[in-house]
Design a protein around this ligand. Structure first.
Ligand SMILES: NC(=O)c1ccc[n+]([C@@H]2O[C@H](COP(=O)([O-])OP(=O)(O)OC[C@H]3O[C@@H](n4cnc5c(N)ncnc54)[C@H](OP(=O)(O)O)[C@@H]3O)[C@@H](O)[C@H]2O)c1
Length: 302
């Protein structure tokens, strides 16, 4: 069993990875900003270090004595924390800390679509973060995922907000953007198994579930599971962007931002339909059969 420092344990994906690491008997340390969010992990035997992952001294201290670091830290929006501070500088700070503490390897989670293209601010920040990590020369594996699905949180929060907003359900664009969603349970298994796969070091691997489905299909699973009967209206992205820009300017937590609308039109596909079985040797669950059963009620966080 490995000694692991996990960054981002209190987030949507992190909760799943943390419990799976503990289930697997690993010696786990988590660096968290709010210890109350990590009470369940501590109760299950994880060691808590309280601090900010953007502080080099805090991360270096937290990395003492561990063999591996897993990082799930990122921000999807440019405030209150900025893309530059978290998505770009964060991976470099972590990698430098790993080197200083003599950590053997890093698994860094990113997103499919990460690219250098000023039209896509979030995706550019993720690409820059990957580059910063690589530049440090630390031994690391980058896992980019398509959409991750679970009983609670993640895109489900967005769907709940979209479904409650107004008399119709708005689909940005034609709804036909392709995704390869993967269950959090399966994505967490990939992250944990990647630690023990030295053949993946130095690689960027794009992972998704066993089906290619459209955004509208995934949203339909949700609407049907929750019995939402509102009419759906497809709205061209160009018409939604001005409203989103206003919301972004005046609200602290807008329903959607212009960058998210533009990004939502890009295909989000892994390196193949068998990406997980090719890299890890097992087949992930098909979300199309899982979601209708598991999205019926608003779930409570574990
Ligand atoms: N959700 C998806 O569908 C999806 C799909 C593909 C890839 N991913 C990737 O998976 C990773 C995790 O995503 P997520 O959806 O779980 O995001 P999330 O729910 O927003 O979680 C982000 C985590 O980062 C932590 N964090 C942020 N700033 C920090 C700081 N300055 N110091 C310490 N911790 C900090 C947060 O801590 P607090 O709890 O203190 O805020 C939280 O634990 C990201 O790299 C994301 O791009 C997610």
């Amino acid at each position: 069993m490995a000694r692991i420092l996990l960054l981002g344990s209190t987030g949507f994906f992190g909760r799943g990875v943390t419990h799976k690491l503990i289930d697997g008997g690993h010696q786990l340390r988590v660096l968290v900003r709010d210890p109350m969010k990590a009470a369940a992990f501590k109760a299950r035997g994880a060691q808590l270090v309280v601090g900010d992952a953007l502080s080099p001294s805090v991360v270096t201290q937290a990395a003492q004595g561990v063999e591996h670091i897993i990082s799930l830290i990122a921000v999807r929006r440019n405030r209150p924390q900025s893309y530059l501070a978290v998505n770009v500088d964060g991976p470099r700070i972590m990698a430098e800390a790993a080197k200083a503490a003599g950590v053997r390897s890093i698994v860094f989670v990113s997103v499919i679509g990460a690219r250098m293209d000023p039209h896509y601010k979030y995706l550019t920040s993720r690409w820059m973060g990957e580059q910063e990590l690589a530049k440090t020369g630390v031994a690391g594996t980058i896992l980019r995922f398509s959409l991750i699905l679970a009983e609670e949180g993640g895109v489900l929060n967005d769907f709940e907000r979209f479904a409650k907003f107004g008399p119709v359900v708005v689909i940005p664009g034609d709804g036909q953007t392709k995704f390869q969603p993967i269950l959090r349970e399966d994505a967490a298994r990939c992250v944990i198994e990647a630690i023990a796969k030295p053949e993946l070091l130095g690689k960027i691997i794009e992972l998704g579930g066993p089906e290619v489905v459209t955004f509208e299909s995934i949203f339909d699973w949700f609407l049907q599971a929750r019995g939402v009967k509102k009419p759906k209206v497809r709205v061209p992205p160009g018409l939604l962007i001005p409203g989103a820009a206003v919301m972004e300017a005046v609200l602290s937590n807008p329903i959607v931002t212009p960058d998210e609308i533009i990004t939502s039109q890009l295909p989000n596909l892994a390196e193949g339909i068998d990406s997980v079985s090719t890299r890890f040797g097992w087949r992930p669950t098909a979300p199309s059969s899982w979601a209708p059963m598991h999205w019926k009620n608003e779930a409570v966080r574990r």
